[in-house]
Design a protein around this ligand. Structure first.
Ligand SMILES: CCCCCCC/C=C/C(=O)SCCNC(=O)CCNC(=O)[C@H](O)C(C)(C)COP(=O)(O)OP(=O)(O)OC[C@H]1O[C@@H](n2cnc3c(N)ncnc32)[C@H](O)[C@@H]1OP(=O)(O)O
Length: 356
C-alpha cells in the first residue's frame, strides 16, 4: 500500500524538476525562520528521491499527506471503501491533517525531509539492543498472574487485525509464555472483536524484490507463526470475546480449548478473497467437524454463530456475553491450579487428536 503511495507521491512531484543535490544548510536556515519557501519545498521533493534508505511506510504516507495538503489544501475526496486499501491509507493520512494551512504543511514537509536526511544517514550508529520494543509490545498486552499468561490482541481500532508486527509479537509472547512459570496460556482480544484476521494491508507493501519476494516472505512468516501454535507445550486456550475472521479462526483448531461469548462469530472468507485456508485448518477442521461442515466454512465462507461453532466442535463452550469474562476467568483460574502433570495428559490428548 504505502509503497504504491510512495511511488504516487514521487510521481506527483512536478516533472520538470531535475534531481539536484539537497541544500541542507539552506533548509536548516529556513527552518529557523519557520517559513519554507516554494523553492525549499521543491528542493525537499527532490531530496526525497535521493534518500538512500527506505524511510518506512508510516513516514511515506506522512510525506504523501503533507505534499497533498501543501499543494491542494484539505482533503475533500470521498472516503474509499475498506477493501480499496491503497487509496484508503492515502486518504486517511491526508484527511488526518484536517484544515492545516498549506504553508504549514509545506513547512512540515520540508522539516520532515530534512530530519529524514540526517536520521537515515546516521541510523547505522544506533547501538544494538537499544530498541525500546525489545521488552515491551506494541500490538499486544501480555500479563501473567494466577498461573495464567494472557496474551491480548490490542489493536481494537482495527478490530485486532494482525499486521506483520503483531505476527512477530505473538510468536515472541508465545515463546516467552512457553518458558515462564504459568500453567496455561490464553489468547484473547481487546475491544469488540477477537480479531479481524490478517491485516489486509500486509499484502500491499511490496518490497523491492516484487510480488514474488512478498509471497515468499509471507509464506515463511506464516509457517513460523503457525509452527509456534503447533509446538506450544502448555495448555493453550482461546477466549473469543467477539467476532473472529480468517487466520484467527483457522488456528483455533490448534488450541486445546476455545471459549466463546455468544456475540462471537466465526468467519473464513477465503474464497471471497482469492486465498486458501491456512493454519492447518484443512486438516484440523476436517477432523473436528467432518468434511461437509468444513467445506461450508472453508470453501463457501459460511459464517458460524458461536452456538453453531460449538455444535460443530470448534468451540468448547459458549457463554452469555454479559457473564462471559467472569465465568471464563473463574474457570481458567481453577484449571491453572491443577497439578503440573497436566502436560503429560495434554501431549497424549494432542497425539490422539492427530492420529484418531
Ligand atoms: C504477512 C503474513 C501473511 C499471512 C497470511 C495469512 C492469511 C490470512 C488470511 C486471513 O486472515 S483472511 C481474513 C482477512 N480479514 C478480512 O477480510 C476482514 C476485513 N475487514 C472487514 O471485513 C471489516 O472491517 C469487519 C472486520 C467486518 C469490521 O467491519 P466494521 O464495519 O465493524 O468496521 P470497519 O469500519 O470496517 O473497521 C474498523 C477499522 O478497522 C480496519 N480493519 C478491520 N479489519 C481489518 C483488516 N483485516 N485489515 C486491515 N484493516 C482492518 C478498517 O479498515 C477500519 O479502519 P479505519 O477506517 O477506522 O481506519
Amino acid at each position: 500500500m504505502a509503497n504504491a503511495a510512495w511511488r504516487l507521491a514521487q510521481r506527483s512531484c512536478p516533472s520538470h524538476l531535475q534531481v539536484i543535490s539537497f541544500p541542507v544548510v539552506q533548509l536548516h536556515m529556513n527552518r529557523t525562520a519557520m517559513r519554507a519557501s516554494q523553492k525549499d519545498f521543491e528542493n525537499a521533493m527532490n531530496q526525497v528521491k535521493l534518500l538512500k534508505k527506505d524511510p518506512g511506510n508510516e513516514v511515506k504516507l506522512k510525506l504523501y499527506a503533507l505534499y497533498k495538503q501543501a499543494t491542494e489544501g484539505p482533503c475533500n475526496m470521498p472516503k474509499p471503501g475498506v477493501f480499496d486499501l491503497i487509496n484508503k491509507a492515502k486518504w486517511d493520512a491526508w484527511n488526518t491533517l484536517g484544515s492545516l494551512p498549506k504553508e504549514t504543511a509545506r513547512q512540515n514537509y520540508v522539516d520532515l525531509v530534512s530530519s529524514l536526511s540526517s536520521s537515515l544517514e546516521s541510523s547505522s550508529q544506533v547501538e544494538p539492543g537499544t530498541d525500546r520494543k525489545s521488552t515491551g509490545y506494541e500490538t499486544l498486552m501480555v500479563t501473567s498472574e494466577d498461573g495464567i499468561t494472557k496474551i491480548t490482541l490490542n489493536r481494537p481500532a482495527k478490530k485486532n487485525a494482525i499486521n506483520v508486527e503483531m505476527y512477530h509479537e505473538i510468536m515472541r509472547a508465545l515463546k516467552a509464555a512457553s518458558k515462564d512459570d504459568s500453567s496455561i496460556t490464553v489468547l484473547t482480544g481487546n475491544g469488540d472483536y477477537y480479531s479481524s484476521g490478517n491485516d489486509l494491508t500486509n499484502f500491499t507493501d511490496i518490497p523491492p524484490g516484487g510480488v514474488e519476494e512478498k509471497a515468499k516472505n509471507s509464506a515463511i512468516l506464516l509457517r513460523e507463526f503457525v509452527g509456534c501454535f503447533i509446538d506450544f507445550p502448555k495448555p493453550l486456550i482461546a477466549v473469543v470475546n467477539g467476532p473472529a475472521v480468517g487466520i484467527s479462526v483457522t488456528i483455533l483448531g490448534l488450541f486445546d480449548a476455545v471459549y466463546a461469548s455468544d456475540r462471537a462469530t466465526f468467519h473464513t472468507p477465503f474464497s471471497h478473497l482469492g486465498q486458501s485456508p491456512e493454519g492447518c485448518s484443512s486438516y484440523t477442521f476436517l477432523k473436528i467437524m467432518g468434511p461437509a461442515k468444513a467445506t461450508e466454512m472453508l470453501v463457501f465462507g459460511k459464517k458460524l454463530t458461536a452456538g453453531e461453532a460449538c455444535a460443530q466442535g470448534l468451540v468448547t463452550e459458549v457463554f452469555p456475553d454479559s457473564t462471559f469474562q467472569k465465568e471464563v476467568w473463574t474457570r481458567l483460574k481453577a484449571f491453572a491450579k491443577l497439578p503440573p502433570n497436566v502436560s503429560i495428559h495434554l501431549l497424549l490428548l494432542r497425539t490422539l487428536k492427530i492420529i484418531s
